[in-house]
Ligand binder design. Structure first.
Ligand SMILES: [Zn+2]
Length: 328
């Protein structure tokens, strides 16, 4: 660990030391700068004695990604001080608050449609992406974006907010769903580091009951009608996999009372204590049994059934579920 970082870090730390010393020359006695300079000196000393990058408590290597972000770290995640643990926790809570602020109204009624969704992160933040937009100058059309960034936790949550910004930006000028998804794929591919990718459904719903959607490798949406439930198959690769991927859209017409149901695999792939998967079939069963209920109650019924199924087994993945119902 020490030898890998030495040639890369030593010049950076020396540069930081020099700048701190210059700053201290103009504001002598500045405690924060003095403490920082002491930390930089200590890191240089650890490089010299070969202990750089090793936790001071357990002497195991500190997590490489954390060390890259902050070369002055002295403890692995397992051995943070109480103050550091509290700071990390507060950081996560702030991130969670910001992410909740990025979500649309949980219950939305627009001409022709009633939409409701539930968003359940596995931890403080989620890698699931869920948004509803009525573009300026085109408010008759409701755009829905619903996806899942690979992985979970903070990294996935950052990419989720990136996807949201990409789509909201593109919707300023672009209205065709194939082109929206194609452009978003290229932008996401440019910014997200491999091996991250995102599955996603992007579509728009018009007041007369028409839906046009593009499914980039996401769990097939379910069309819930009087005759039962059918799946709407994917029409392209996940975002961020191939730079030049192209997408085509699917058109559906929903009759009053029919719903389109979107979900992330955290729901259908949830496992009970015995390792049995919740599965699409069980989800469809609940949806058909409760299809006459309002979208928010339908979503609640699905999650209540999942809780029954799990019987206390922990949820390990983010879960999001959205019901888009045609009204009149
Ligand atoms: Zn440790």
């Amino acid at each position: 660990m020490a030898s890998v970082n030495e040639s890369f870090l030593r010049p950076q730390l020396l540069d930081r030391k020099e700048r701190l010393e210059r700053a201290l020359a103009t504001t002598p006695g500045e405690t924060e700068l003095t403490d920082l300079l002491a930390s930089v000196d200590a890191a240089l000393a650890r490089i010299d004695d070969g202990s750089y990058g090793l936790c001071r408590t357990c002497h195991d290597p500190i997590e490489a990604d954390r060390l890259l972000a902050d070369p002055l770290l002295e403890f692995c995640l397992d051995h943070l001080t109480v103050a550091q643990q509290r700071a990390l926790q507060e950081d996560l809570e702030r991130a969670a608050r910001i992410q909740r602020g990025l979500l649309p109204d949980a219950n939305l009624v627009v001409p022709g449609w009633e939409v409701s969704y539930r968003y359940l992160p596995a931890g403080p933040v989620s890698g699931d992406y869920c948004d509803l937009v009525r573009p300026e100058g085109d408010v008759d059309r409701l755009y829905f974006m619903f996806g899942d960034v690979s992985g979970k936790g903070v990294a996935a949550a950052i990419l989720m907010s990136q996807l949201r910004a990409i789509f909201r930006g593109l919707l300023g000028t672009e209205r065709a769903v194939e082109r929206l998804v194609g452009d978003a794929n290229r932008l996401f591919r440019e910014t997200a580091l491999s091996p991250y990718f995102a599955t996603l459904v992007c579509g728009h719903a018009a007041p007369a009951g028409d839906i046009e959607l593009c499914n980039a490798g996401h769990c097939p949406p379910l069309l819930l009608g009087g005759g039962g439930a059918r799946t709407v198959d994917p029409t392209g690769f996940p975002l961020g996999v191939f730079y030049a991927a192209s997408y085509r859209s699917t058109r559906l017409t929903l009759r009053p009372g029919e719903s389109l149901v979107l979900y992330t695999d955290g729901l259908t792939e949830a496992n009970d204590h015995a390792g049995v998967e919740y599965g699409v079939e069980r989800l469809v069963g609940v949806l058909l049994g409760a299809r006459d209920r309002a979208p928010r109650d339908l979503a609640a019924a699905c999650l209540a059934d999942l809780t029954t199924f799990l019987a206390g087994a922990p949820r390990t993945d983010d879960i999001t579920l959205m019901v888009i119902r045609r009204t009149v």
